[in-house]
Design a protein around this ligand. Structure first.
Ligand code: FEO
Length: 395
């Protein structure tokens, strides 16, 4: 059965406690997730979004317990990605012809995936759907995070249905932000922003300013993943404005990989040097091959600078470092500094290659980096510690 949000709105989604990987293998979901679908019952009845494809039969069957499907007048698809549109085929087999309200780009993305010519009604920003006592207003939100994305605002209850925006991969049996551990919620919200929305930060700022300019009262934000922002919903909007503005904390993250521990010794020694020179900075070290990549990206997002290390292997850097550098490139981080280091036996190209990749990724590379031969001895380690001290001021 659904869970009541207001007199008119019922949550009819799916909590996925088992989920540990999302977007294929791209995103780790240590705390599971949910696919939120909402039923609005006014004089007209509306379903906002559905749930991920593997749960389509369960979704439709549970929806039938909540309502006679033939009473659903409209379906709204705020976004075409399969975690929200995946149950449309199963649902529309039961109620074919039900209008599906979405953006023009969502018609393309939904048709592109399901190859069905459903009764699409294309909407633009400002278009309205009267339900009786309440009205829905559509707000296109392209690239937050697909071209097809839109938000839907419900008057009366003053709810913004924001789809992925303001979401978190966070399974909870309770619905609201004031019923969960705030530190766990914060960790999942910032991870979600860092990994999904960072590349679109300028659009995040523009869209929030646009919506605030409409002067709509806001009592709740209902995203399509995780909990609902009911207690002070503006808190997540304010966080988004901070995160979208080249966010950084006083943190330096060292990301490295190592074969025989020489580059790891370098990483640890650079960290000691940085902290010796600047005891106030938070320094964190992550092995790229042993640490979840989504978590590393979250730590890079929080950092003012990164230091990336790899030994030289076959004239290049290690595979895990190549992978994390590619993820960092895609994030389009702003105003972050960087440096590189690594050990080598004979040719030593890795540091130069890492620097080039960091520059391509938009980082300000502060020097040519530090290379050490073989396994550093005490004398070399002292020089590396000194390099760390210098980095503390350069980064
Ligand atoms: Fe949660 Fe972009 O789908």
């Amino acid at each position: 059965m659904g869970k009541k949000i207001t007199d008119k709105v019922t949550w009819v989604g799916k909590v996925d406690w088992e989920l540990r990987k999302f977007h294929g293998d791209e995103y780790s979901t240590h705390r599971g997730s949910s696919y939120n679908s909402y039923l609005i019952r006014d004089k007209k009845t509306v379903l906002i979004d559905t749930v991920w494809l593997p749960y389509d039969k369960e979704f439709v069957s549970r929806l039938k317990e909540e309502i006679d499907l033939n009473q659903i007048d409209y379906i709204i698809a705020n976004h075409g990605e399969v975690d929200h549109s995946g149950s449309l085929p199963e649902l529309l087999r039961e109620i074919p012809g039900t209008p599906v309200y979405c953006t023009a780009n969502a018609v393309k993305s939904i048709k592109g995936q399901y190859h069905e010519d459903w009764n699409f009604i294309t909407v633009k920003t400002g278009d309205k759907l009267e339900l009786g006592d309440t009205t829905l207003t559509f707000i296109e939100a392209p690239m937050l995070h697909w071209p097809d994305t839109m938000f839907t605002y419900m008057s009366g209850d003053n709810i913004l249905f924001s789809n992925d925006g303001f979401g978190q991969h966070f399974a909870s049996e309770t619905l609201f932000n004031d019923s969960v551990d705030p530190s766990e919620l914060y960790a999942e919200a910032i991870k979600y922003y860092a990994n999904i929305l960072t590349p679109f930060s300028q659009m995040v700022i523009r869209k929030i300013n646009e919506i605030q300019g409409l002067g709509l009262p806001l009592d709740m934000i209902c995203p399509s993943h995780g909990i609902i922002w009911k207690d002070n919903p503006m808190q997540i909007v304010e966080k988004y404005l901070k995160w979208a503005d080249a966010y950084q904390e006083n943190q330096i993250t060292i990301v490295y990989d190592t074969m025989w521990n020489a580059t790891r010794r370098m990483a640890e020694t650079i960290a000691e040097g940085i902290l010796e020179a600047d005891p106030d900075v938070t320094v964190k070290l992550y092995s790229a091959s042993k640490t979840d990549k989504t978590d590393i990206i979250t730590e890079v997002f929080r950092s003012r600078a990164v230091v990336v290390g790899s030994p030289t292997v076959n004239g290049g850097h290690l595979y895990a470092i190549a992978g994390i550098l590619e993820l960092m490139r895609g994030m389009k981080f702003k105003k972050k500094k960087a440096a590189a280091f690594g050990s080598y036996g004979w040719s030593g190209e890795a540091v130069k290659i890492i620097n080039e990749e960091l520059e391509k990724a938009g980082f300000e590379v502060v020097d040519t980096g530090y290379r050490a031969t073989w396994l550093p001895d005490e004398n070399q380690l002292e020089q590396i510690r000194e390099y760390g001290k210098q980095l503390a001021t350069r980064l």
